[in-house]
Design a protein around this ligand. Structure first.
Ligand code: ADP
Length: 270
């Protein structure tokens, strides 16, 4: 199972992970769960999709199985495989199979990255049959009512070879995520980093001007995650410019001219 970057079952008695709602996404998630419909989350990296799913899983009291998809990820990584254990060959469920058996939520992050054969296991699970065929064991699992499939992708850095086919995407209820509005983003950054609200507000303002540079030379705008990192370093005592350089310049681009442009915008703010 070494291909799976993250596959975690969250203890559902855990405290609710902090999530600041932006619109009606919590109600929509809950409805999709109750109506047994699969959900597709679209949006840039670091804007709260993963946090949202862990918040909702805890709220609904379901165990969460998260898989970060990558271009080597195959259907067997999700469903399971026979492994040699202590001299014996045993079937070991993958995270998708576990979620189906245990009635949990399976979250496939960046699903477009996965190999093509993954769609073959997702299709029967995402129509009203809600079935997971395990060819290798000969089982045909019927998903219980409390199973839910959630997938996400970032339309921003998609290219033609890696996009969800209409036949796949039209099986999901979908919602778009974006960076939160400034007031909400300040709340989030302050809460996550411990830095005072007004200092976070200055960072969020700065983010707006950095995000405006997207498209010119930048592939992606600065994420809420990076703002949280920046505020965390400042709160720990790092000089603002050093923190900003390490979190809002270096991770965004390797191009010296672009870095210079970002740095100038930062210096103009602080
Ligand atoms: P994504 O899955 O979209 O790449 P994450 O869910 O990992 O992004 O979000 C990155 C970080 O940003 C989180 O760890 C959290 O600190 C913060 N964050 C973003 N949006 C929210 C939100 N609405 N509520 C709480 N935290 C958020």
């Amino acid at each position: 199972m070494s291909h799976i970057a993250t596959a975690s079952a969250q203890d559902f008695e855990q405290e609710l992970p902090y999530y600041e709602p932006v619109g009606n996404e919590c109600a929509l998630f809950e409805q999709a769960y109750q109506q047994r419909l699969p959900l597709l989350l679209k949006g840039p990296t670091g804007c709260g999709k993963t946090r949202f799913v862990s918040h909702m899983a805890a709220k609904l009291g379901r165990p969460l199985f998260t898989v970060s998809c990558h271009d080597d990820l195959t259907a067997a990584d999700l469903t399971g495989r026979y492994l040699l254990q202590g001299g014996e060959t045993r079937w070991v469920d993958g995270p998708l199979t576990r979620a189906v058996r245990e009635g949990g939520i399976c979250y496939l992050d960046e699903v477009v990255e996965a190999r093509k054969d993954v769609t073959v296991v997702l299709h029967p699970l995402t129509d009203d049959r809600r079935l997971l065929p395990l060819e290798r064991t000969g089982e045909l699992l019927e998903a219980p009512d409390d199973f839910m499939l959630v997938v996400s992708y970032n339309p921003g850095y998609q290219h033609i070879l890696k996009s969800l086919k209409p036949s796949t995407r039209q099986r999901f209820v979908a919602m778009s995520f974006d960076f939160p509005p400034p007031k909400v983003e300040c709340e989030i950054v302050a809460r996550e980093s411990g830095l005072a609200y007004d200092r976070c507000a200055a960072l969020v303002n700065l983010a707006a001007s950095l995000r405006a540079m997207k498209g010119q030379d930048l592939e992606e705008g600065v994420s809420t995650r990076l703002l949280v990192y920046c505020a965390t370093l400042i709160n720990a005592g790092m000089p603002i410019l050093d923190a900003a350089c390490a979190t809002l310049v270096e991770p965004l681009s390797d191009d010296q001219d672009v870095q210079q442009g970002l740095l100038e915008a930062i210096k103009a703010t602080f």
